[in-house]
Design a protein around this ligand. Structure first.
Ligand SMILES: [Fe+2]
Ligand SMILES: [Fe+2]
Length: 285
């Protein structure tokens, strides 16, 4: 981890935030994307960043910087991620690293595409991007310690597809990315953790625990901005959310939900009651 602001960055006062976000978003090399993202957060916290006026146009959403590998395949072609077998466990860690790599781009994308929401919004999503960069780095280092690297297994692109579908409206983005996809991470983490525990993989568990704690904060940021944007538009949050899930063909919300983690991430009591009422697939309601 970097402990001090890069001297070159510190000298370039002030840092043009959206241009720097765009630069980090565009970088294909994972290590360089991590470096730029983490430096930019440091610069933000050091108070040397400004939001440009007027704001530059956001780039087309389809093409964030990412390496040629991993090969992108449909979910059916992925290596089975059974934590109990060495190859399956490495595939699982790779899949988590891929999610975190996409999550860096996702958070940078929110900050730069919707920068007109102001400094608080940009600061929140830059925090998310910085933490995703840490998560990716931890998982990649662990993969490397196991003789593999990011890119060695195929991966799928489901996360970014929803980013593309929601690029036109921050309310829709907040509804369907942090509140659906990242919140899904809160739900599945306890099961993944249990599988790694059975496999005796203490190193992976330590990383997963860092991620789980941070992800509560990411979902809370999504919930906060979703509520703010609904209030500004005079929309009722839960019915609007239910409508957007249908309109955008979002992945089904599947129990069991991690309701304590979702409560910690500021889902409302009304939302938690509704989630708790959803039927478990394969069981009658
Ligand atoms: Fe993460
Ligand atoms: Fe996240």
């Amino acid at each position: 981890m970097m402990s001090s602001l890069d001297p070159a960055l510190a000298l370039q006062k002030p840092v043009m935030t959206v241009a720097a976000l765009h630069a980090a978003w565009s970088v294909a090399d994972p290590a360089e994307k991590v470096r730029q993202t983490r430096l930019l957060r440091q610069a933000w916290l050091a108070g040397v960043c400004v939001l440009e006026t007027p704001l530059p146009d956001a780039p087309p959403v389809q093409a964030p910087g990412r390496p040629a590998r991993p090969e992108r395949v449909p979910p059916s072609q992925l290596v089975p991620r059974r934590a109990g077998q060495p190859e399956g466990r490495v595939a699982l860690i790779h899949a988590l690293a891929h999610i975190e790599f996409n999550a860096i781009n996702l958070a940078l994308d929110a900050a730069l595409r919707f920068a007109d929401l102001g400094e608080d919004f940009v600061g929140d999503w830059l925090r998310v991007a910085d933490e995703e960069a840490l998560h990716f780095s931890l998982l990649r280092s662990h993969l490397q310690s196991l003789g593999q690297d990011y890119g060695d297994f195929p991966a799928h692109d489901g996360l970014w597809e929803m980013v593309v579908k929601t690029a036109h409206d921050p309310l829709v983005r907040m509804a369907l990315v942090p509140r659906v996809l990242e919140a899904r991470g809160l739900d599945v983490t306890p099961q993944i953790r249990a599988r790694l525990e059975q496999a005796g993989d203490a190193a992976s568990i330590a990383i997963l625990d860092v991620i789980a704690q941070d992800e509560i904060g990411h979902v809370a940021i999504g919930n906060h901005w979703y509520a703010v944007l609904c209030a500004r538009r005079g929309l009722a949050p839960l019915p609007t959310f239910q409508r957007l899930l249908r309109e955008y063909d979002a992945p089904a919300l599947r129990p069991p939900f991690n309701l304590p983690a979702r409560a910690a991430a500021a889902f409302t009591a009304e939302e938690l009651d509704w989630l708790a009422s959803l039927p478990v697939p394969g069981r009658s309601p």
